[in-house]
Write a protein that binds this ligand. Structure first.
Ligand code: ADP
Ligand code: MG
Length: 484
């Protein structure tokens, strides 16, 4: 029997974090912190007689995103009216783009679990204005127009995504790129970034895509993954019981962990798009595009390639270190001081992230932790030049650097932690421990090879963890060899 496979296309709405709205000088404010309707003007409210003016900063941000997503940027851009009635849209239409969008034919590379890379095609990205926000209460519905008119970039993928893990990778990569560009902070809980998943399933023998449903109101990537998995199972179950999938808009009910059907789509939405008569066509000159391209920061893919190819990191580690620009910069500045990249990578992804988790610091805030990149590079240098070993660094220096903000050398001096690599001192300790642990040594000599680790542990203990582990092991080994 033929098997079911999943088909997903993502539509992403990203607010462009400009000072003012898309078509008016009205300021953009924090949607949670600001009082409702404190940032509105006649344009946001759709008053008759108002005229829109294009926010060119928003256009530039949109083009930055288009370029970062490997899109073509057409020379002619046109805004269009998308007509529909809803209380969050007082004009009765949304200014959007239709057949002449800002960016087309791009792609995003995602890393799959097996370490390979997959290209997910980006069909288009177009500029539009956000709508107001409705809050439904017992007494009726409330509307806040602070968000109405905020620049919004809609990014539409091809249905190239094959499961929820790929959808997650796409969402994380896109979010990361937006944050690298500094055009959107990626906060899904505040609705600054919103994902909608179009989901269908098909048999491997099918030659055409089947009906899809669209899941909205996903306030985190984790919930998006859960919602997709739930919806795929629901669709397969319906098909297998002889039912059909009706096109519908769905929501994710977080409290009950299930999909809810918001409305069935009886027929295709009819928005009666037509060119926006109040706005000119925007010509995007090639010079302008080149200027914007020259200003783009190094993006995660390029950094990841640098970290794997030039620094010899695994694709996985490079992916973790480049997910946030601040982490990549922290790592990069440590390596620039001559520290071994693998040592730096291991310490950041285990010890630094560990302490950050403990203290509730988000990954993107790594540049605010008490262990500055410079001090951290200093710690790793002390390990590399043999002043302290990794055990001592971990146990006695690292967390103290976090608590006190002191540099590693100062702590090593204050606590007298320097590693002992003086062979005569080590030889003396090895001889002493062997003499004091007759029974243990005898068992080792009788063939229980693993006991060498116990003897090693006792020597390190006698040296209060400060012995150079390599030299201790060498001397212990040769002493025991002599005794055989
Ligand atoms: P519309 O024009 O009605 O918005 P599109 O064809 O433009 O529909 O697709 C919107 C989104 O839905 C895109 O992200 C696309 O990849 C995705 N999509 C289209 N068809 C399917 C399908 N059968 N299954 C899953 N996703 C789909
Ligand atoms: Mg749409």
């Amino acid at each position: 029997m033929s098997k079911w496979k999943t088909v997903i296309g993502l539509e992403v709405h990203a607010e462009m974090e400009t000072e003012s709205k898309m078509f008016s000088p009205c300021p953009v404010v924090d949607s949670v912190e600001a009082d409702p309707n404190s940032a509105v003007d006649p344009l946001s409210l759709g008053m008759p007689g108002t005229l829109p003016v294009i926010n060119m900063q928003a256009m530039e941000y949109g083009i930055m995103v288009g370029l970062a997503l490997n899109c073509e940027i057409p020379e002619i851009n046109q805004f269009a009216r998308k007509n529909y009635f809803y209380p969050d849209l007082p004009k009765g239409y949304q200014i959007s783009q239709y057949d002449r969008p800002l960016a087309v034919n791009g792609f995003i590379n995602i890393e799959l679990e097996d370490g390979s890379t997959k290209k997910i095609q980006v069909r288009r990205a177009h500029m539009e204005e956000d709508t107001g926000k409705l809050t439904h209460t017992m007494g009726g519905s409330l509307v806040d127009y602070n968000r109405a008119g905020v620049p919004l970039l809609e990014i539409v993928s091809e249905p190239d995504i094959a499961n929820s893990a790929e959808a997650e990778a796409y969402a994380r990569k896109l979010r990361s790129i937006l944050r690298y560009l500094g055009v959107n902070n990626g906060d899904m809980s505040k609705g600054i970034l919103r994902f909608e998943a179009n989901v269908s399933v098909m048999l491997e023998t099918d030659t055409e895509l089947r009906e899809r449903t669209e899941i909205k109101n996903l306030n985190s990537i984790r919930n998006m993954v859960k919602a997709i998995d739930y919806e795929v199972k629901r669709q397969i179950k319906l098909y297998e019981s002889g039912d059909k999938i009706k096109p519908a808009t769905l929501g994710w009910d977080e409290a009950n962990q299930k999909i809810t059907i918001q409305r069935y789509k009886e027929r295709a939405d009819e928005y009666r798009y037509f060119p926006e008569p109040d706005l000119p066509i925007v010509e995007v000159s090639r010079e302008w595009v080149a200027e914007i391209e020259a200003k783009l920061p190094t993006l995660p893919d390029a950094l990841q390639a640098k970290f794997t190819e030039e620094l010899g990191l695994s694709a996985y580690d490079a992916g973790v270190l480049t997910a946030e620009r601040a982490i990549a910069e922290y790592f990069d500045s440590i390596v620039a001081k001559g520290v071994d990249p693998k040592l730096a990578s291991n310490w950041i992804t285990t010890d630094v992230f560990g302490l950050m988790n403990q203290h509730g610091v988000e990954r993107e805030a790594i540049d605010t932790i008490p262990i500055t990149a410079e001090n951290f590079a200093g710690l790793l240098a002390l390990i590399e030049n043999g002043t302290i070993n990794q055990g001592t660094a971990r146990k006695s220096v690292f967390s103290e650097m976090w608590e006190t903000g002191k540099d590693a050398q100062t702590i090593v001096d204050e606590k007298n932690l320097a590693q002992i690599s003086d062979t005569s001192v080590i030889e003396e300790t090895v001889a002493k421990v062997i003499a004091e642990n007759d029974a243990l040594v005898q068992k080792f000599l009788d063939g229980n090879d693993k006991l060498i680790n116990a003897i090693f542990g006792k020597i390190m203990g006698a040296m209060r963890g400060k012995g150079d582990p390599k030299i201790v092991r060498q001397i212990l080994q040769s002493k025991l060899d002599e005794m055989k």
